[in-house]
Design a protein around this ligand. Structure first.
Ligand SMILES: NC(=O)c1ccc[n+]([C@@H]2O[C@H](COP(=O)([O-])OP(=O)(O)OC[C@H]3O[C@@H](n4cnc5c(N)ncnc54)[C@H](OP(=O)(O)O)[C@@H]3O)[C@@H](O)[C@H]2O)c1
Length: 332
């Protein structure tokens, strides 16, 4: 098969199209002929050598794919209600930038009715992450307020749409007025340009002084102190990335007085059973929203994966330019 390899750690050009042996599905797994692969910021971190591959995972980048089932563990397929030829999208721990990809059956979901392969490939990584962090760890409820740092990211556009569809008020931050407008067009109630306004002051004003109930934070660093200031009593801060640094200096007294919960997680190293449980919840609670049109794909650009220079390299360069709104996808 053709695949995109990280030939050495470095700039996007280290991503090169190569030939690799076809992978083989083992127990509980299926093999997908990949039509499209989603690109995520963790792929960029992996390419730079900052995101180690979990034990047992493919060294190839790529955490999500969509395509057709070509073979697999018959018993696991039957139990999940899949058959050869079905179109699925899958969350994988690596190996997504390839024409063929093995996935645990438990981490596969049907391509939502009416969605293309490219659109479906944009789903798993952000939908699993947002469900697990905002709705499970963060326990966001209907009627509560969610603050999303980085509303125009792949993660952000997913969080805006699910939270709105399930009845929350959504405030986002983004780095330009254009990105703020795009977030509002997706349903965000309020958007704060974090380069020109203090998000904590704005969030307090927007909630009438009460503060926000849940924060999805992909920045951390010095954001944490300001987040704690603008959280409501019994608020939950969920950290999923540390783009602003790992160290924070915050007022611990506020954590006690407001009874705050500070938590976080990384999805990739979690076991199949954990990811399978998220897949079940998504299929029940979110897939109907994708099929009804309540939640729409937000794809900024699509690149052909192979070629010279590789479309994957162009996709990574775009992601690092931070010009995108929503998802970037590779096609095969
Ligand atoms: N923990 C997990 O399980 C998990 C899983 C998947 C992804 N992640 C992380 O989640 C983040 C988003 O991933 P993605 O694939 O959606 O990436 P992405 O589309 O490239 O988004 C990165 C976002 O970070 C925003 N950002 C950077 N600095 C900011 C700041 N100071 N304030 C507010 N926003 C800021 C950028 O906003 P502007 O461009 O507007 O500045 C951009 O929207 C990444 O850091 C990724 O590593 C974590």
């Amino acid at each position: 098969m053709k695949a995109i390899e990280i030939t050495s750690y470095g700039a996007p050009e280290v991503l090169r199209a190569v030939e690799r042996p076809d992978p083989v599905a083992g127990t509980g797994e299926l093999l997908i002929r990949v039509a499209a692969s989603g690109v995520n910021r963790p792929d960029v971190l992996q390419r730079k050598g900052h995101y180690p591959v979990p034990p047992g995972a493919s060294d190839l980048p790529g955490l999500e794919v969509a395509g057709e089932i070509v073979s697999g563990d018959a018993a696991a397929l039957a139990e999940a209600g899949f058959k050869i030829g079905d179109r699925v999208c899958a969350l994988v721990a690596g190996g997504g930038y390839a024409e063929l990809c093995v996935a645990p059956v438990a981490q596969c979901l049907p391509v939502p009715k009416g969605w293309s392969d490219s659109e479906a490939a944009s789903l798993p990584e952000t939908f699993f992450t947002v469900w697990s962090n905002v709705f499970e760890r963060g326990r966001l409820q209907k009627g509560e307020t969610l603050l999303i740092q980085g509303g125009s990211s792949g993660i952000g556009v997913t969080a805006i749409q699910i939270a709105k569809a399930l009845g929350a008020t959504v405030i986002v931050t983004a780095g330009s007025d254009g990105k703020c407008e795009a977030c509002k067009a997706l349903g965000a109630d309020h958007a704060i340009n974090y380069r020109t306004s203090d998000f904590a002051e704005e969030a307090k004003k927007l909630t009438g002084g009460k503060g926000v109930d849940v924060i999805l934070d992909m920045v951390a660093g010095d954001y944490v102190a300001r987040e704690i200031e603008c959280m409501a009593e019994d608020g939950r801060l969920v950290i999923i990335a540390v783009q602003g640094g790992v160290k924070s200096d915050f007022n611990a007294g506020l954590v006690l007085r407001k009874r705050l919960v500070i938590t976080g997680s990384t999805l990739r190293p979690r076991p199949v059973a954990f990811k399978g449980a998220i897949a079940k919840a998504l299929r029940e609670k979110v897939w109907p929203l994708l099929e009804s049109g309540a939640i729409k794909p937000v794809i900024h650009s699509t690149f052909v994966a192979g070629g010279e220079p590789s479309g994957a390299a162009q996709a990574h360069a775009l992601m690092e330019s931070n010009q995108h709104i929503g998802k970037i996808v590779l096609t095969w």
